[in-house]
Design a protein around this ligand. Sequence first.
Ligand code: RIB
Length: 273
Amino acid sequence: RMIMKKSKTIGVLVPDITNPFFSTLVRGIEGVLYRENFVTMLCNADLDMEKETNYLAELSRRGVDGYIIASSAISNQAINQTLRKKNLPFIVLDQKKAEGFSDAVLTDDFAGGDLAGKHLYELGHRKVAVVLPEDATENIQNRLQGFKAIYSNPILIHSELSKEGGRQAVKRIVASEATAIFAINDELAFGIYLGLAEVGKTIPNDYSVIGYDNVDMCEYMTPQLTTVAQPIYELGQTTAERLLERIHHPKKDWEETTLPVQIKKRFSTAHLK
Ligand code: RIB
C-alpha cells in the first residue's frame, strides 16, 4: 500500500477577504485546524472564476490535504476534475452551493429571510426594498425566498455585494416608495448608512434598515444595526471539523449540516410613523 505524504495543509477559498464575515469565518476554521496541527492556506477568489480555478489547481499541485470552498465562481466541472476524480477531501459552504455530492455546512438562510420579513412587517412597514446582487448565489436567493414568505412582492434593488454597492443603491431606494430596507448582508447595510446620510436621511426615522450576518461592526454603527445573525465563527469551526472527519474517514456518507440563525433587534429598525 502506498503511503501518502501529508502536507498537513488545508486550502481555504473565500470570495472576498475584505468582508469581515469571511475574516471571522476563516478565524473559526483556522482555530480548529491549528489545534489539529494543520496549516491554513488562504486564497481570496475575488468572485473571479479564473483566479479561483488557478488557486484550486495550485493547491492541488502543492498536495494540500483538503479544501474548504466558500466561494462560488468555481464550476462543478473544475471541482469534478480537480477534486472528485482524485478523491481529494473537500467541503463546501456559504456561497458555494451544496449539490448533494459532498459534505456541506449551511446556515438556515430561508429562516433568516423570513425573520427579517416578520420583523419589518410587525413594525408596520408595507413597502420594503431588498438590496442584493443581480446574480445572487444560492444562499442569498434562499434568504430572499424566506423574505418573500412575508412580502410576496418586495422592491428589488440590484447592487454589488459590498459597502460601495450599498451606497450606490441609495439613489434607487429614495426614488422608490420603500420605508424599510432589507440589506442582504451587513456590508451593503453599512454602505446604505453612508448613502442615506449623504442625502440627508436618517435611520430609523426616514428608513428602517435591517442587515444580515451580524459582523462585529453592527454594534459600533450609529444607530446599532438590527440584523440576522449567522453563527459565523461556529460555521468556520464546524466546517473545519467536518473536513477533518472526512480526511480521517474518507468512505463515510456525505453529511450536510444546517446551523440556525437568529434576529438581533437593535436600533436601526422602528415602527412606521
Ligand atoms: O457578507 C457576506 C455574505 O456573503 C454573507 O451573508 C455570507 O453568507 C455570504 O454569502
